[in-house]
Write a protein that binds this ligand. Structure first.
Ligand SMILES: Cc1cc2nc3c(=O)[nH]c(=O)nc-3n(C[C@H](O)[C@H](O)[C@H](O)COP(=O)(O)O)c2cc1C
Length: 207
């Protein structure tokens, strides 16, 4: 069983990585594998709403990590997304990536536990955390909690390592995710099947 960790920071060993590493350490201690995807510093396009992915299952643009993220998430049993806070929201690259990972092709992610982790110097953690959780909760993914909202504070990896409570939150998140993933596997082995969704009643406000 593997959990996909997406590091949305441009800093390969920054604060977000520090937080995700603490989660990963507990996942691995509990016998789960971890697969990492670093978004890095190259551009990630926004969604152009062409809708072609509804048939193909992949994005028409194949020059950034989006299609790789889709494939890795389909194989994984769980997901942790980490993002630095930029102007009180998750950084633009993470939002661009997740818009395209989730839009019109999220059915295979249903019932996979997911969690968001955010990193900021001082403010905007809560709003960013809420924004990221929106992707999971529109895709029928159970959101894994910790003992507080999942944020770490600092400007550098070294500063984040001094946030003792933040690191404790990340360790608790790793423990809770490992437990839930194992419960889901045990449930499957015992014949508990996932809920079958109703056909989508797609309404809007003009009809
Ligand atoms: C463009 C930009 C905007 C930022 N906006 C905020 C902000 O709104 N609130 C905050 O506390 N920190 C803000 N920061 C600081 C980062 O969130 C903080 O340094 C973060 O922990 C970096 O994580 P990383 O090392 O994983 O990239 C901003 C940084 C950048 C580059």
């Amino acid at each position: 069983m593997a959990i996909l960790l997406i590091n949305g920071s441009p800093h390969p060993k920054g604060c977000t990585w520090t937080a995700l590493s603490a989660v990963a350490e507990r996942l691995e201690k509990n016998g789960l594998k971890t697969t990492w995807l670093n978004i890095g510093v190259k551009p990630v396009r926004g969604c152009i709403a062409c809708g072609k992915c509804a048939q193909s299952g992949h994005c028409v643009f194949d020059d950034d990590p989006v299609n790789k993220a889709i494939d890795l998430l389909r194989k994984a049993q769980g997901l942790v997304v980490g993002a630095p806070v930029h102007y009180a929201g998750p950084c633009a690259a993470v939002c661009a990536l997740l818009d395209r990972v989730f839009f019109m092709k999220s059915a295979p992610y249903a019932c996979k536990p997911a969690a968001a982790v955010v990193s900021c110097r001082r403010g905007g953690a809560s709003a960013s955390f809420d924004r990221l959780n929106k992707y999971f909760t529109i895709a029928r993914m159970p959101v894994v909690s910790s003992q507080y909202w999942n944020s770490i504070h600092g400007n550098t990896g070294e500063e984040a390592r001094q946030d003792r409570e933040g690191l404790q939150i990340m360790r608790a998140l790793g423990e809770n995710m490992a437990w839930l993933v194992k419960c889901i596997e045990a449930g499957k082995a015992a014949g508990i099947t996932p809920p079958i969704p109703e056909p989508w009643e797609a309404t809007n406000f003009i009809r």
